[in-house]
Design a protein around this ligand. Structure first.
Ligand SMILES: NCc1[nH]cc(CCC(=O)O)c1CC(=O)O
Length: 335
């Protein structure tokens, strides 16, 4: 019904629907549940240890055994899926990023350990070369250029090693052209029909990824920026084209990234395609909120749930967020 057909004041009084908690609950249009969240976790080498990430207060890199504990905690909280990102030492980075398809690299090892110990939780892995590439880029660099088609061959090998390790959802985050089609074909050829692909379809070249690059140890390696493959923040029609291509190539779900500054893109994608649509509340968004919460400038419990609820209102089915366990605990406490 259009607002024009509402009775005029005083017969319409919108505040009637806001008078008390029970009526607000009854007419709420969107809801946030722990089941809407994916928790990104940083994996590092070692045993029974963790290392705080200075630009992400409250987030630490975890050794594989601690990742297994985190997966248990997620499952207990009703969080259906975790995403794993490796902190890779400079010594394993090469121009060809070969570590990306090492069956025993950190994320593959962690995936096997988690699927063994907590089989009911979903594991999502990034398909992109940046943690393994001495150039810090998501693709292979030749003469200063991130070359598309050669990168696809590397991404295909990486994706196959990841599903082989037991990964449930591949998250190609590299923004090379044609990557979804190449990966989907490879999965079919190797009998991995059930492997899900959540493509980072509309991924913008963003300053909000800064703390993540510290977390995975890529900041030092990266020369220049990622503007020749990640999107220009001035565009949204282009986001729809990227989503359309990824769906045509075989993506099951799509993602918009970053999140909160891009809610208009989330809404357009959901309205246009009606496919499972996710957003990534990225490291810089986390850092902004965690920094302000830590200084008591914002009320943490409230702002975490409001920021995540906004994604649901914008049409997102789910959100990748470093606040996942905290948010799930807050939701549990509210029941
Ligand atoms: N391809 C790597 C990747 N996968 C997820 C993020 C960012 C996540 C975050 O900032 O939380 C990035 C960084 C980048 O593209 O430079």
């Amino acid at each position: 019904m259009s607002p024009a057909r509402l009775a005029p004041f005083p017969f319409s009084r919108p505040r009637r629907l806001r008078r008390a908690g029970w009526i607000r609950d009854l007419v709420r249009e969107t809801r946030l549940r722990p089941e809407d969240l994916i928790w990104p976790i940083f994996v590092m080498d070692g045993v029974d240890a963790e290392e705080p990430i200075p630009s992400m207060p409250g987030v630490s890199r975890l050794t594989v055994d601690r990742c297994v504990e985190a997966a248990r905690r997620a499952a207990d909280l009703g969080i259906p899926c975790i995403a794993l990102f490796p902190y890779t030492d400079a010594s394993v980075k090469t121009p060809g990023a070969e570590e990306a398809w090492n069956p025993d690299n950190l994320v593959n090892t962690a995936t096997r350990a988690i699927k063994r110990a907590v089989p009911g939780i979903g594991v999502l892995l990034d398909v992109a070369l940046d943690p393994y590439n001495s150039d810090g880029h998501d693709g292979i660099v030749r003469d200063g250029v991130v070359v598309n088609d050669e990168s696809l061959m590397a991404l295909e090998k990486q994706a196959l090693a990841q599903v082989e390790a037991g990964c449930d959802i591949l998250g190609p985050s590299d923004m090379m052209d044609g990557r979804i089609g190449i990966i989907r074909r490879a999965l079919e050829e190797h009998d991995y029909q059930d492997a899900l692909i959540m493509s980072y379809a509309a991924k913008y070249a963003s300053a909000f990824y800064g703390p993540f690059r510290d977390a995975v140890g890529a900041s030092g390696a990266l020369k220049g920026d990622k503007k020749t493959y990640q999107m220009d923040f001035g565009n949204t029609d282009e986001a729809l084209r990227e989503v359309a291509l990824d769906l045509e190539e075989g993506a099951d779900m799509v993602m918009v990234k970053p999140g909160m500054p891009y809610l208009d893109v989330c809404r357009r994608v959901k309205t246009e395609f009606q496919v499972p649509t996710f957003a990534y509340q990225v490291s810089g968004e986390y850092a902004m909120l965690a920094g302000a919460i830590g200084n008591d400038w914002l009320d943490g419990d409230k702002v975490i749930l409001e920021s995540l609820g906004a994604f649901r209102r914008a049409g997102c089915d789910g959100i990748l967020t470093y606040f996942a366990p905290q948010a799930a605990e807050l939701m549990e406490a509210a029941i």
